[in-house]
Design a protein around this ligand. Structure first.
Ligand SMILES: Cc1ncc(COP(=O)(O)O)c(C=O)c1O
Length: 456
């Protein structure tokens, strides 16, 4: 019964993956064009699965972005490694509900092992607890929920039972360049993003430890400090050792690190210094679907105090016997796919050395891109390029127009941001399959578009 659809899906996937490297990367397409191909009334009668798949494959074609390919440099986007992709298909075929050990002993124990490997690779405490959720956004939520529980319990307040109204809410401290999803986590947890004390940053977007110390001097009571590994524009990480030092004398402090992609620097001996001291934090959010080549969607919440994470997120009911091996006691979701299985497959297929090489290679390719771009007198590279991000700006051209021209061209995909109050372009090398040739091909094209554009 399934063979036909699996064969069709296999053929489609094979063609898609084979064409990924040469397909125009992300050429803009209007919503009306896509709706005209996809939108229809819900059929009264069902249709054969084979027709559904074939029609869908044809309809979606122009709206697919080669974001898993080697020349997609937008946002911070990885691509699935072969082993992870295969494992992900197995996850879908087995269709396990990985909420509870009882529902899938295999998923629970694969997750336990993947968690151990992640802690080992990132140099985090071996006895920390890891929850596998949808991405760094929800990992931030999970970690900060654990922080909220622990800090308020320290004040004699059970927030899970009594809520936040009237609670002795801890002061939240963030860098001025905290990621948008960290702010979202603060909103979802009732801390409010606007109430957070903001610490000034340096020219790479790193929280300034001296400014943090000055802010802390003015604060009484528990504090929740949210630092960052990997600024989304520059790739720079906060000075964790100095931040941890500043908090050392405060027993009522929790240090969280949003390390969606930047925390993977810890897995590469040549880049580990960029996140020195990060292991001194209390919780860490990190993605699997960015650097280590796991398909969407997967991120990890790592918490030193596992009891705080479980206390914040465990759902219990008479019919659900939650125990330590139940994956859903560590994430906000109940029913969930066996999300850690592709992580297990990716890490096993790479090995410790492969993970380090992947990180190093992407960083070296980012350096190459920056050097090639900077050779043109019109281009100014704005960041130090120590990790995988390149932030640059044309001196006279309009940055947004240049990015739009690059996107229309389709050789590669580069997005925009605002840096120092002015538009800039950001190029992120996060894909295992990107080569030196991909970088040169892309920068050649960007510079040709610069030459073709008329200065303002
Ligand atoms: C620093 C940082 N935190 C959080 C996120 C959010 O990650 P996700 O989209 O996987 O939830 C990102 C995404 O780029 C990020 O760079």
């Amino acid at each position: 019964m399934f063979d036909d659809v699996l064969d069709r899906a296999r053929r489609w996937a094979g063609d898609w993956l084979a064409g990924l490297g040469e397909r125009p990367v992300g050429v803009p397409v209007a919503p009306a064009t896509m709706r005209a191909r996809i939108d229809a009334e819900l059929p009264e009668e069902g249709e054969p699965a084979s027709r559904v798949l074939d029609d869908l494959a044809a309809a979606i074609e122009p709206g697919l972005v080669a974001s898993a390919g080697p020349r997609y440099f937008g946002f911070v986007t990885g691509g699935a490694l072969p082993a992870a992709l295969g494992a992900d298909w197995m996850v879908t075929a087995a269709d396990q509900n990985a909420a509870l050990y009882a529902m899938s002993p295999a998923a629970a124990v694969v997750e336990e092992t993947a968690a151990r490997w992640v802690l080992d690779l990132l140099g985090l405490p071996g006895d920390a607890t890891v929850g596998f959720g949808t991405g760094a956004q929800m990992a931030n939520v999970s970690c900060l929920a654990a922080a909220r529980r622990a800090l308020l319990l320290g004040q004699g307040w059970d927030v899970e039972s009594d809520g936040l109204a009237g609670a002795p809410v801890p002061t939240v401290v963030i860098g001025e360049q905290a990621h948008a999803t960290l702010l979202q986590a603060l909103r979802l947890l009732g801390f409010g993003s606007g109430r957070a004390v903001r610490v000034p940053v340096d020219d790479q977007g790193r929280m300034r430890a001296d400014a943090l110390r000055a802010r802390l001097d003015d604060l009484d009571g528990p504090v929740l400090v949210c630092a960052q590994a990997g600024n989304v524009d520059t790739g720079a990480s906060d000075p964790f050792a100095a931040i941890a030092d500043a908090l050392a004398a405060r027993p009522d402090a929790w240090l969280h690190v949003d390390g969606a992609f930047g925390l993977w620097a810890a897995a590469a001996p040549g880049r580990r210094h960029l996140v020195a001291g990060v292991e001194r934090a209390d919780s860490w959010a990190v993605d699997a679907h960015k650097w280590p080549g796991v398909p969407y969607d997967c991120g990890m919440a790592v918490v030193r105090d596992g009891a705080a994470l479980a206390g914040a997120l465990t759902t219990s009911a008479a019919y659900i016997g939650f125990g330590e091996l139940d994956p859903s006691s560590r994430v906000p979701e109940s029913s969930r796919r066996a999300r850690a299985t592709p992580v297990y497959a990716a890490l096993r297929s790479l090995g410790r050395r492969g993970v380090a090489d992947l990180v190093e290679r992407c960083c070296a390719l980012a350096r190459q891109a920056a050097d090639e771009l900077a050779r043109h007198p019109e281009i100014e590279v704005l960041n130090a390029v120590e990790l995988n991000q390149v932030l640059f700006r044309p001196r006279r051209l309009d940055a947004r127009e240049l990015a739009a021209a690059v996107q229309r061209d389709g050789t590669c995909w580069i997005g925009t941001t605002v840096w120092d109050g002015r538009p800039a372009l950001r190029l992120s090398v996060s894909n295992w399959s990107t080569t030196r040739e991909d970088i040169t091909r892309s920068t050649d094209r960007v510079l040709a578009l610069v030459d073709a554009a008329r200065p303002r």
